[in-house]
Structure formats: structure tokens, C-alpha cells
Design a protein around this ligand. Structure first.
Ligand code: SF4
Length: 180
């Protein structure tokens, strides 16, 4: 598997929000997700989402493509095994990406994808506080961001997904960097 990394141009937050973020209905797309209300980095939130975006000056996206070989794309996988394999691959890659972005942008918030990757089991369902409140990053999509459109327009490529046990040319992780 080949890995390629891309960084978008940096935009003023107001411009990014106007183009790609629906703050009024920020959690509409999240309500059917298993993570809704189960992970501290996912909605519902106890803070104002527009005020959160407004606390930053600029934003850029960092996207990583996990590219699959023609042989891997030609194979047919058991869908459940493939889903588990991808879950592990994405968790590992997201963790590495987030740690690296935190070093590169120490005073910024890093928005992630697909929930939190820091603990095996989140404390939220038990009503206990987050174990690493300083280390978490909210998910881009849960703050109302249309990640597909933003990635396509700012990184220059569409998001692709696996279908019926088959891998596409690549799958991607997209993080947001919110700069103060
Ligand atoms: S760091 Fe752990 S406790 Fe906090 S949101 Fe992530 S999974 Fe939940």
C-alpha cells in the first residue's frame, strides 16, 4: 500500500465556514451514527458550534490517501473482515496523523475524522469525563463541515469508499487544522 499526503491552501475561517460548513444543522448527518452521544468528540455538544469556529483565524486541510495496488483492488474480500481491517488501518493512520499535526501546529485545534482514536472505549456512555480533554479533536463532519466537497475543492480529489468487499483506488483520511 502506498501512502500520499496532501495539504490544502490556508483559508480564513469565515470563508471556509461560508463555503463548507452548515453550523445551523451541524449534527444532522451524525444522528444515525453509532458514535452519536457515545464519544466526547461527537455531538450533541454543550457549546455553540458557530462560536467554536469563530474562535480561530485560519483553517487548512491535511489529507492522506491510502492507495491500494491493482492486485488489492481486484480482490474480493469478506465485507465484515474488510470493514474490520479498514477500521484498524484508519485508527492507526489517524492517530499518527493527529500526533504529527499537533507537533506541526502546536497552538491549533486538530479536527479529526470518524470519532476519537485515543481510547479503546470512551468514558461518555458511563457519564464520566474524558480521559484526555487536552488531547481530543472534534470530528470535522460533526461541526457541520461538508468534508467531501471541501476535500474535492481544496485537496483536489474526491473521497472514495469500498463497495461490496472491494477496495477502490484509494481511501482517505482528512483532518482540519484550525489556526488561532
Ligand atoms: S480521549 Fe478517550 S475518553 Fe476522551 S473522547 Fe476520546 S475516547 Fe472518549
Amino acid at each position: 500500500m502506498d501512502i500520499r499526503e496532501y495539504t490544502s491552501p490556508t483559508l480564513p475561517v469565515a470563508q471556509f465556514v461560508e463555503r463548507y460548513v452548515d453550523t445551523a444543522h451541524y449534527d444532522t448527518g451524525c444522528r444515525g451514527c453509532d458514535n452519536y452521544g457515545q464519544v466526547w468528540v461527537c455531538p450533541p455538544y454543550d457549546f455553540s458550534v458557530p462560536d467554536y469556529w469563530g474562535g480561530f483565524r485560519e483553517v487548512c486541510l491535511r489529507g492522506v490517501q491510502l492507495r491500494f495496488s491493482p492486485e488489492e483492488q481486484a480482490r474480493s474480500y469478506d465485507p465484515e473482515e474488510l470493514a474490520e481491517r479498514l477500521r484498524q488501518l484508519f485508527s492507526r493512520t489517524a492517530r499518527q496523523m493527529i500526533l504529527r499535526l499537533r507537533e506541526e501546529y502546536p497552538r491549533s485545534d486538530i479536527l479529526t475524522v470518524g470519532g476519537c482514536h485515543l481510547c479503546e472505549h470512551c468514558t461518555r456512555p458511563e457519564g464520566r469525563s474524558c480521559r484526555y480533554p487536552e488531547g481530543i479533536g472534534y470530528t470535522l463532519e460533526s461541526l457541520g463541515c461538508d468534508v467531501s466537497t471541501a476535500a474535492e475543492q481544496l485537496l483536489g480529489w474526491p473521497l472514495l469508499w469500498s463497495r461490496k468487499g472491494c477496495l477502490p483506488e484509494y481511501m482517505a483520511l482528512v483532518c482540519g487544522v484550525l489556526i488561532r
